[in-house]
Ligand binder design. Structure first.
Ligand code: PMT
Length: 402
């Protein structure tokens, strides 16, 4: 059985699709999962706790405390118990509460305290599903690192036809099974990622930096963590923080600081990804006081920074994998290939500033990946999450044969 020993906390909310939770529960139990259920108060209008308790062979919770017995349901323990918190169906109302951190029932309290991965399967009417508020809330949950099982299209309870139907329980089961399979791929592996920009101080109020948002590095960190890896991110100031319980973050400012912290973690990492945009030069002297405006021109002398990827490439251990990036504006392939060689990378991801939707700040990227054995592949413009998954797959398949 595919889900043997897996602990699944199933959340059920007030939606006409709540009846499908019964079938879903049955499928999960048949595959060997241990299931506990939390219902929102309005879910009780659609399906009874007795039905779900019978099918799950486990408890069904819907209130913080049972006034008759005085027994309190510990939402923190429920979140700790679960390997996966699956909310199916999730209504527009509960979705909005999750997105805003509202905590007014057992289900929402458990969501806020859950340490395990969260998967949500929305169900609502066509126009509700299309509403920008709902779209924004779904995106917010995705940004929190939650997995969204998009609603399916078809006939809706209102009689309308379109997207909004709860994903069929059989399809949800496939996603759950796949999730558990994938979550093992990098189990026990340590991944070290540099991400975001560095800041090189000029004086106490000014610095030299670049446009890196940290989106690419965050996507890579989350992609590895979702496959079971133990991820450490060395993150430049102000860069996007990845979200996943398997990720530890160390925030740094300058290239020198990024180097020092990265170096500490390098020797125990199995895979290192150098996604940060590191300043190549830094001011020779940092003024101790704010530099005052005076002449029409001023000069700052810059000196070379440490090249983190190059320095650690020299210390690479047997079996350790180094993934580099190249951000170029001209002669892209030549520069990427020479960095692959010079910095001792196993593969390098080239993004060019000449490609629309690629590089700094965008949610998307368009990359070419070059491997040591001379093979390469090029993507279309994809969401950075998709690019990250591709990079993770390339690392998994090393040495590559395409
Ligand atoms: O953060 P986003 O807004 O999402 O943008 C993503 C990105 C454009 C920053 C990312 O995709 C990317 O290309 N990162 C590397 C940017 C860069 O500095 O490239 P480079 O060609 O200058 O450097 C080559 C490699 O050496 C990189 O792996 C870089 O991290 C590393 N390097 C460079 C200089 C230095 N002093 N130390 C380094 O480790």
């Amino acid at each position: 059985m595919h889900l043997d020993g897996k602990k699944i906390l199933l959340g059920v909310t007030g939606s006409i699709a709540a009846y499908k939770a019964a079938h879903l529960t049955r499928l999960l139990v048949k595959e060997g999962a241990e299931v506990q259920i939390i219902m929102s108060t309005s879910a009780l209008d659609f399906i009874t706790p007795l039905t779900l308790a019978t099918l799950s062979k486990g408890p069904v919770h819907h209130q913080f405390a049972d006034s008759a017995t005085g027994v309190w349901t510990n939402h923190v323990e429920l979140g700790m118990w679960a390997d996966l918190f699956l909310v199916a169906p999730i209504s527009a109302n509960t979705l909005a509460k999750f997105a805003q951190g509202i905590c007014d029932n057992l289900l929402t309290a458990t969501y806020l305290s859950a340490k395990c991965p969260v998967m949500v399967a929305p169900a609502m009417d066509l126009d509700m599903y299309l509403h920008p508020a709902v779209k924004e809330n779904l995106q917010r949950l995705a940004d929190f690192g939650n997995i969204i099982l998009e609603a399916e299209s078809g006939e809706l309870a209102s009689g309308l036809n379109g997207q909004g139907r709860l994903m069929e329980p059989e399809h949800i089961l496939e996603h759950v099974t796949q999730f558990f399979q994938e979550s093992q791929t990098f189990r026990g592996k340590k991944i070290l990622i540099t991400s975001g920009p560095t800041q090189e101080a000029i004086d106490p109020v000014r610095f030299i930096s670049n446009h890196s948002s940290g989106k690419m590095g965050a996507a890579i960190a989350e992609a590895f963590a979702s496959k079971g890896a133990d991820v450490t991110v060395i993150l430049g100031q102000g860069a996007k923080k990845p979200h996943h319980t398997g990720i530890k973050i160390h925030t740094v400012r300058s290239a020198q600081e990024m180097y020092e912290v990265t170096q500490i973690h390098h020797h125990q990492a199995d895979i290192c990804v150098f996604a940060a945009a590191v300043a190549d030069y830094t001011p020779k002297d940092i003024a101790t006081e704010k530099i005052k405006k005076s002449d029409d021109q001023m000069q700052i002398t810059l000196v070379k920074n440490v090249d983190i990827a190059f320095a650690l490439g020299k210390k690479k251990k047997q079996g350790q994998i180094h993934v580099g990036f190249a951000l170029e504006t001209e002669n892209e392939v030549f520069h990427a290939k020479s960095k692959l060689e010079k910095k001792n990378f196993d593969l390098i991801v080239l993004n060019s500033m000449r490609d629309q939707g690629a590089g700094f700040q965008y949610d998307t990227n368009k990359v070419s990946i070059f491997f040591k054995n001379g093979k390469s592949l090029t993507t279309d413009t994809l969401h950075k999450d998709e690019v990250a998954k591709l990079i993770v797959d390339c690392v998994k398949d090393l040495p590559i044969e395409i």
